[in-house]
Ligand binder design. Structure first.
Ligand SMILES: Nc1ncnc2c1ncn2[C@@H]1O[C@H](COP(=O)(O)OP(=O)(O)O)[C@@H](O)[C@H]1O
Ligand SMILES: [Mg+2]
Length: 265
């Protein structure tokens, strides 16, 4: 069981000696095993929200809780995948994925089975003993995602995890993530700048305003996805052709476009 609660969250930052409001009155609950995607203009505070759930950043006012506990630090119950790859440079691909499993105290045979499974899923076979600097950016990110999933955390926090991948790899990862997420649902907060990705992956899509970031609108995708049987299609392009998908995507686009028009960026 894991829920994430943002209650009346504001965040003030200062730059050049001046304070500015970055997040304003964020109220959001991510339900147990719900996949919530957040989209919004650049600089609206998406990463800040995720860092708060991770325990790496804190609200100026309001609270962020996981279950009933205020988040005060990072913890093994929450795995984080950042936009930038955060691998251990001195560990191989295999060791990077295995590392978290060791700290969970799993026996060697089980660790090996899990690590090998995710290496296969992320198409990293043959690179087990390679070091991060020997891999492309996309491959490094696949290792980071494998590492997060292998831990099987209650909460997954992902900040534009597919942003640095080439288009083809990105599609493979999105399809894999959908399979994983539907088969083995986890509580996920997923930030993306891709409207398609948000609508394809999420149960709900949160649309934020430009700075100061507020929640503008929340769209329920899950009920449409289930009633229109999106998951009967294994290919992302087939889902994206469905009328119900096109309709939701254009609703998100319109809402975001208003924000870009009003943005001072
Ligand atoms: N530690 C910080 N100090 C000062 N300003 C910050 C800090 N972290 C984020 N900001 C500012 O807060 C705003 C929101 O940032 P961020 O959460 O990264 O937005 P997003 O991920 O939506 O692009 C930006 O204007 C950013 O420059
Ligand atoms: Mg960001």
């Amino acid at each position: 069981m894991a829920t994430i609660h943002f209650t009346d969250v504001t965040r003030i930052f200062s730059r050049d000696g001046k304070d500015f409001l970055s997040l304003d009155g964020i109220n959001l609950t991510v339900q147990d095993r719900e996949f919530v995607a957040v989209v919004g203009p650049s600089g609206c505070g998406k990463t800040t929200c995720m860092r708060m759930a991770a325990g790496l950043e804190f609200p100026t006012t309001g609270t962020v809780k996981v279950n009933d506990t205020i988040v005060t630090q990072p913890g093994p119950d929450r795995a984080v995948v950042f936009q930038q790859f955060a691998l251990f440079p001195w560990k191989s691909v295999y060791e990077n994925i295995d590392f978290g499993l060791r700290s969970k105290g799993l026996p060697q045979a089980e660790r090996h089975q899990i690590t090998t499974h995710y290496i296969g899923l992320m198409n990293l076979q043959g690179y087990e003993s390679a070091y991060p600097h020997q891999l492309s950016g996309g491959m490094q990110q696949r290792v980071a995602i494998a590492r997060a999933y292998a831990l099987d955390p209650q909460v997954l926090l992902m900040d534009e995890p597919f942003g640095a991948l080439d288009a083809q790899t990105r599609v493979v990862m999105q399809e894999e993530l959908v399979k994983l997420a539907r088969k083995n649902p986890r509580t996920v907060l997923f930030i993306t700048h891709s409207v398609e990705e948000a609508v394809y992956l999420a149960d709900r899509v949160v649309i934020m305003t430009s700075r100061p970031g507020k929640i503008k609108e929340i769209l329920d995708v899950k009920s449409v996805r289930e009633s229109q049987s999106w998951d009967a299609h294994s290919k992302i392009e087939d889902v994206m052709d469905l009328e119900s998908f096109v309709h939701l995507r254009s609703r998100v686009w319109k809402s975001l476009r208003e924000e870009h028009a009003g943005s001072d960026h």
